[in-house]
Design a binder for this molecule. Structure first.
Ligand SMILES: C[S@@+](CC[C@H](N)C(=O)[O-])C[C@H]1O[C@@H](n2cnc3c(N)ncnc32)[C@H](O)[C@@H]1O
Length: 212
């Protein structure tokens, strides 16, 4: 029997009691690593999903899926579960995700090591890396390593999608040689959050810019 009883959250969503309790337990165990104080609200998760593309023969990698709020939105948006690769560092959350999304590839590991822990067959075949990691709170070298690693496995036209509670880009664009912009705002998330989308700088404009 399905144990996932849905009920409304403060943000008007529908996380299960079990997921909220699990999130809180993991937050109490390591608040900095969790970053947020509650699972992502459905409105934010839907906006993240709207920015997530998957092309024929490619996959979506989710970093820090936690209790799976964004994962569920990806499925609701029509992305097949077996096209999802979830990378979660917390053992308890990892084990939960394995049970919750049996057709997805669920990897327990550190997103910083994405180039090593993502199976080689997916390298260059990732349409979108969608991240719920608390990037802004991380030391700069860690943040840069995660984003650089994500771009190393993305397909040429691939995109990196990240949300932030801050006003500014959560990813340093110029320094990492990528471009990006805010594409959505979820005002009913607590706290309100913006969604940013990043891509490689197209070769022609990179050449033009550096020639200036
Ligand atoms: C803000 S929470 C996830 C929110 C998620 N959308 C939800 O609703 O549950 C951030 C998640 O990133 C995970 N995490 C933090 N640092 C990580 C890292 N370096 N590699 C992989 N996962 C990480 C945490 O364990 C946590 O599950």
């Amino acid at each position: 029997m399905d144990q996932h009883i849905r009920f409304p959250t403060q943000a008007g969503g529908d996380a299960s009691r079990q997921e909220i309790a699990l999130f809180l337990r993991r937050w109490l165990a390591n608040p900095l690593r969790m970053g947020a104080i509650a699972p992502s609200a459905p409105a934010l998760a839907r906006r993240m999903a709207r920015e997530t593309l998957v092309r024929e023969g490619e996959v979506v990698v989710e970093l820090g899926p936690g209790t799976g709020a964004v994962t569920r939105a990806l499925l609701d948006a029509g992305i097949a579960e077996d096209r999802l690769v979830l990378i979660e560092r917390d053992r308890h959350l990892h084990d939960y995700l394995v049970r919750r999304f049996p057709a997805a590839t669920v990897i327990r590991g550190d997103a910083r090591r994405i180039t090593r822990i993502l199976p080689a067959r997916f390298h260059g075949r990732v349409s979108t890396v969608v991240s719920s990691l608390p990037l802004v709170g991380l030391p700069r070298p860690v943040r840069d390593a995660i984003v650089t690693g994500a771009f190393a496995v993305l397909a040429p036209e691939g995109r990196f999608v990240q949300y932030t509670y801050g006003l500014f880009s959560p990813v340093p664009r110029k320094e990492l040689g990528i471009e990006g912009r805010k594409v959505a705002f979820a005002g009913i998330n607590l706290p309100p959050a913006s969604v940013w989308r990043y891509t490689r700088v197209p070769y022609a404009s990179a050449v033009t810019t550096s020639a200036r």
